[in-house]
Design a binder for this molecule. Structure first.
Ligand SMILES: CC(C)(COP(=O)(O)OP(=O)(O)OC[C@H]1O[C@@H](n2cnc3c(N)ncnc32)[C@H](O)[C@@H]1OP(=O)(O)O)[C@@H](O)C(=O)NCCC(=O)NCCS
Length: 167
């Protein structure tokens, strides 16, 4: 049977599945900036902004009604309010099918239109070749490298800062 894939704004009722998805990435020791399991109530603190699209653009990837990914862009404040910071995760079983790219393109489009952003930034583990390849494809450029900028389960690793300029 054909899968029903949608990319849509998040709802409060997504919280539990979002926590499950994030915890599956923690289990696989993914190269992300969360390394401890979360609970729905812990992530709900920031979720209100996501729901209301307040200083944040937030989209979820749903496959047959199950949350399989999410992307967010957080708008910076004051003199940096033309800049949005991106973060994206896709659950392991949904990767490599073009869905991460779709989600990324949609969140950038949404955030740029909604908040009139001029620059999207992100940080990525230097050894995260898949994510770096995706970002390069979408037009992100390398701005700098922060040597030993993150501890990944006890081992220091380099992180790359990337930016995409919106024309
Ligand atoms: C990074 C991530 C979002 C990519 O999503 P995805 O759905 O797997 O990627 P897609 O299938 O849409 O592929 C888009 C591009 O990503 C890159 N890519 C995807 N799989 C790849 C692989 N196995 N090897 C190399 N590049 C790959 C390619 O540039 C690809 O474009 P192409 O198909 O034209 O070659 C996803 O792998 C993920 O969530 N990983 C774990 C969490 C993470 O690392 N998040 C980023 C933190 S900075």
């Amino acid at each position: 049977m054909e899968q029903k894939i949608s990319i849509r704004p998040s709802k409060m009722s997504d919280l539990g599945s979002l926590a499950v998805m994030l915890n599956s990435l923690v289990d696989e020791k993914a190269m992300i900036f969360v390394q401890k399991k979360v609970t729905a109530s812990k992530i709900s603190i920031h979720f209100e902004n996501a729901i209301k699209d307040k200083k944040m653009a937030y989209l979820v990837l749903s496959i047959d009604k199950e949350i399989m990914g999410r992307a967010k862009i957080t708008v910076q404040s004051g003199p940096e309010r033309h800049i949005g910071e991106l973060s994206i995760y896709v659950k392991k079983e949904a990767r490599g099918k073009g869905l991460g790219e779709r989600l990324l393109r949609e969140i950038i489009d949404k955030a740029v239109k909604k908040f009139d952003l001029k620059i999207i930034t992100l940080t990525v583990y230097a050894r995260n070749k898949i994510a770096r390849s995706l970002y390069k494809k979408i037009g992100f450029e390398k701005i700098g490298i922060f040597k030993k900028g993150i501890s990944h389960y006890g081992a220091y690793e380099d992180v790359i800062l990337m930016a995409k300029y919106i024309d």
